[in-house]
Ligand binder design. Structure first.
Ligand SMILES: C[S@@+](CC[C@H](N)C(=O)[O-])C[C@H]1O[C@@H](n2cnc3c(N)ncnc32)[C@H](O)[C@@H]1O
Length: 266
C-alpha cells in the first residue's frame, strides 16, 4: 500500500489529464474516471487467480490488472499500445483521431503509471499491441483478461488468436455488445460494422457473436454472463469535446457481456 499523504495523492491524481478508470485509492478517494467498473467487477466470471501468472490486455489505467493483483495473483503483466496513433483508426480518422485524443488525454499510459505508484502495485506494464502477443515475447499465462478492446480492433480474431497463443489456462473476455442485435438474434452470431469512424470502433457483436469469436479463435467457452452495463464514472465527458463524447457513447452505461473460456486443445 502507498504511504503517500492525502495531498500528494490528490496532486498525483490531478496530474493525469484524463482518467479512463475509476480506481479506489488508499486514502479513501478514487480517481475521477470515465468508467466505473467497481459496481460490476463481481459480475465478471473471474477464475481463482491466487498464485497464478496473469495478463491484462489493453489495460488503459489498469483497473483489471490491479484487480488481478488484489485477488492474489503471483505476477501480473499489463499491456497496452504506447501511443494513441497505434490504435486501429479507420483511414479518415488516422490524422485527426490521435491528435484530438493526445490533446485531451495527454501522454498515453500516464494514468496507469500514477495508479501503480499510488497503489504500491507490482503490476508490470509492457507496451505491446495485442496483435504482437506471443510466447516468445511474453511467455505464457495461467489467466488472461481482456476488456472492452475487441471493438476497437480492425482484426479482433487475429488479436484473439494471439491471446490464445499465450493463454495456458483461463481467458476472461469482457466486451461491449449490441443489445438490440442480442435480443433479435439470441442464437445467431451477428455483428454490426460501426460506420462512425470517430469512435475508432469496428465490429459491435451481439452476445452470440462475442461467444463465436472466442470459439473461432480457438477457445472453448465454459461460463458466460448475461449482458450488464458498465456505469459511467464522474468524469464521463458530457462537457468534453464531441469526439470524446462519441467515444464514450450514450445512456446510463455501456452494455457488455463476459465469458470465461479455456484454450481448446483440438
Ligand atoms: C476501451 S479501453 C479498455 C480498458 C480496459 N481493458 C477495460 O476493460 O476497462 C481500450 C484499451 O485498449 C488499448 N488498445 C487499443 N488498441 C490496442 C492494441 N492493438 N493492442 C493492445 N491494446 C490496445 C487502448 O489503448 C485502451 O487502453
Amino acid at each position: 500500500m502507498s504511504a503517500c499523504a492525502p495531498t500528494d495523492i490528490a496532486r498525483a491524481v490531478a496530474s493525469v489529464a484524463l482518467w479512463y478508470h475509476t480506481i479506489a485509492l488508499p486514502d479513501g478517494t478514487a480517481t475521477p474516471g470515465w468508467f466505473d467498473l467497481r459496481p460490476i467487477v463481481e459480475r465478471m466470471p473471474f477464475p481463482d487467480v491466487r498464485g497464478t501468472r496473469c495478463l491484462d490486455v489493453g489495460t488503459y489505467d489498469g483497473f483489471l490488472a490491479f484487480e488481478l493483483e488484489r485477488r492474489g495473483a503471483r505476477e501480473v503483466v499489463a499491456t497496452d499500445v504506447s501511443d494513441h496513433r497505434d490504435w486501429d483508426w479507420p483511414a479518415r480518422m488516422r490524422e485527426r483521431g490521435p491528435a484530438a485524443l493526445a490533446q485531451i488525454a495527454g501522454r498515453k499510459g500516464r494514468g496507469f503509471d500514477a495508479a501503480r505508484e499510488l497503489l504500491g502495485s507490482s503490476v508490470r506494464k509492457l507496451e505491446l499491441s495485442a496483435y504482437d502477443l506471443s510466447p516468445e515475447v511474453v511467455g505464457t499465462f495461467d489467466v488472461v483478461v481482456c476488456g472492452s478492446l475487441l471493438l476497437h480492433l480492425r482484426e479482433p480474431i487475429r488479436a484473439l488468436e494471439a491471446i490464445r497463443s499465450v493463454c495456458d489456462g483461463w481467458f476472461l473476455s469482457a466486451e461491449q455488445v449490441e443489445l438490440g442485435l442480442s435480443l433479435r438474434h439470441p442464437r445467431t452470431p451477428v455483428s454490426r460494422l460501426n460506420a462512425e469512424a470517430e469512435l475508432c470502433q469496428w465490429w459491435l457483436p451481439n452476445v452470440a457473436a462475442h461467444r463465436q469469436m472466442l470459439v473461432t479463435a480457438g477457445f472453448r467457452v465454459q461460463r458466460a454472463t448475461r449482458p450488464y452495463a458498465i456505469p459511467f464514472g464522474v468524469a464521463h465527458p458530457s462537457v468534453a469535446p464531441r469526439i470524446l463524447r462519441r467515444l464514450a457513447a450514450g445512456g446510463q452505461g455501456v452494455p457488455h457481456c463476459a465469458a470465461l473460456a479455456r484454450p481448446d486443445p483440438s
